[in-house]
Design a binder for this molecule. Sequence first.
Ligand SMILES: [Mg+2]
Length: 361
Amino acid sequence: MTDKALLVSEPRKILHIDMDCFYAAIEMRDQPELANQPIAVGGQANSRGVLATANYLARESGVHSAMPSAKAKALCPNLIILPPRMDVYRDVSNQIRDIFLQYTHLVEFLSLDEAFLDVSASSLFSGSATLLAYRIKNDIYRKTKLKASAGVSYNKTLAKIASDWNKPDGLFTVRPDEAESFLAELPVNILSGIGKVAKEKLNKADIFICKDLVERPLTELKPLLGKWAEKAQLRAKGIDNRQVSPKRETKSVSIEETFSTDLKGSELVEKISEMRFRLESRLKKKVGVGLKVKSIFIKLKFSDFSQTTAQRPCQTIDQSVLEALLLVACARSSKKIRLLGIGAYIDNENVNKRQQLEIKL
Ligand SMILES: [Mg+2]
């Protein structure tokens, strides 16, 4: 076997590093008197705001990110909700990026506080990705006084699951020979790509854990998961060849919801205002401040599974524009609606320029 062939056949070494309740942790670091209080970062309860993140003390009361602030306050009356300081969070994110780049140039950020690193080429610690992950966690703590959790494995799916395994301040490794048995007993929705709706469908067909997904013939999975069936099955077996791609760009950010019963267009107006806040919080998390929304869109899937989208240039996530788009889209079919999505296209050029600038500095 040539060296090159050997390299190709060797498993990759992928890390997923995820900061622990990032925004809240920064606030606790900067205001130590908050450290023993339930805190969250997000919009205020009286302005229909949603939470971007909450610390672990708040989570004990059932508070979680993307929850409306008013609901969070009801669950946890002592909750202190702080306004986001995106500039500070972005600065910390840049410090973390600099640390990652010392070890590999293959860094793919998923949001300000979460990234995949391909460290296959690193020879540090005799090639031990686990020790390298430990080093990176320490570097982050020394530089920022913040804790991160790390997952170590040979692909993105497993590294991501592993980083969540011992959170907070976790470090967990899934080795190639133990991957399939590690996944076997885990619930199917642990795989990225299997959300609430897909999970329900699978559960109805008696598919609960990854092992079930592996054992079912594809012909039975296809009606449930569509063209995603094959990929889902491979991932449940621990196979995921997606590359860590540093050039990943956020072109659009969207959220969608499938309804348990199909709805009429007029019933969606309220849904839109609810989803709009979630979209705004996701936009902030994905691209931070300084982002430029170019246009916003609505996606509908009707009861007969046909779908349509409507889009309009707009610089904010504007409720009245979304409602107008809803009207336009609804008029295209007489059927009821089973899925509503709303989203925004981002001015890519701006995001790229900023990223380049950050790397140069
Ligand atoms: Mg995080």
